[in-house]
Design a protein around this ligand. Sequence first.
Ligand code: UDP
Length: 373
Amino acid sequence: MRILVVGGAGYVGSTSVETFVAAGHAVTVYDNLSTGHRESVLPAARLVIGEIHDTPLLERVLREERIEAVLHCAARSLVGESMADPALYYHANVAGGVSLLDAMKRAGVDRLVYSSTAAVYGEPRRVPIAEADRTQPINPYGETKLAFEGAMRWFAAAHDFRAISLRYFNVAGATERNGEDHEPETHLVPLVLRVAAGEASHVQIFGQDYPTPDGTCIRDFIHVRDLGNAHLLALEATGEGDPSLEVYNLGSAAGFSVREVVEAARRVTGRAIPARVVKRRSGDPPVLVASSRRARRELGWQPQHSKLDEMLGDAWTWRASHPDGYRDGVRAESDGRAAVAVGAGEAAEQNGGGQAALSQTGTSSTPAAIENA
Ligand code: UDP
């Protein structure tokens, strides 16, 4: 398959690219590098630096690369930021997503997998959450991801798209090559590992008075490798069947408490990891766990790496090999990878295409507009 991964330089996107390349697929990454990392893109994949709002450029890349299926994992993804600045989220997650759909329609590409979120459910009435359960987001992040699912559904009806949306909660772990490197970092696992590495004095536990066995919130974690595999199975599934939008939850079905995560990190790293209980963070439901029965049954998805110790161990190993995270641009400049930076509406060409509007890896401008989910 010839696959375009939009947001393919981010944590989730780059690890999925590794899965696709290993399975023998031809991959093009489209990313504006606002939060993604050039270094994270495998040399075997072509990198096009562009904005998701640039519909003509997307259309041109889809045509030139003869793309058959698209994985969309470019989105803004911070709940707090979305509450403070909803416009950012509507612009990137809804308007940006519709630009991609429009480009696909124009280029005649009708297979799409979307990296969605279980934040579309809001505060669940029951756990584990099933796909048919009520969707009632409680923040602009979840609302805009749900709005894009709606757009996918109508494009599927109007233009015969076969689309799949995958909803999940917390992703953790790493591959040898790629891991989690966000700034600012707000997620539990990388923050706990920062304490283990001696970069912070202690981890804060946001509330210990929840109605759970140890009083801390319970969350569903999946290994980023298992997520990459789910993306591949979903892309393959869009190759058959009637035009539609299908929705699948991905989760480990069990869930782990915040305290369990901290304890597992102590075990795996052998470090003390001091923790302090502080007051609850607003907007945190006590238990978020998804049922992935449908994905297992219909996609054949079987998480194989989503044990807590393995996720933390892989994330810790990646940190050890990347103590300063990604060194953006440094390695990419020396490996000569084909990469193109283009402005709005300009043509994407292969590296060395000789057009004045194009620049090669390491010399490109990187306009900021989207983050990687
Ligand atoms: N959490 C915590 N301390 C932190 C960061 C997160 O106790 O420094 C808790 C948070 O309240 C939630 C869980 O860890 O219950 C997972 O939070 P995270 O931000 O990693 O992911 P979310 O579930 O919000 O997507």
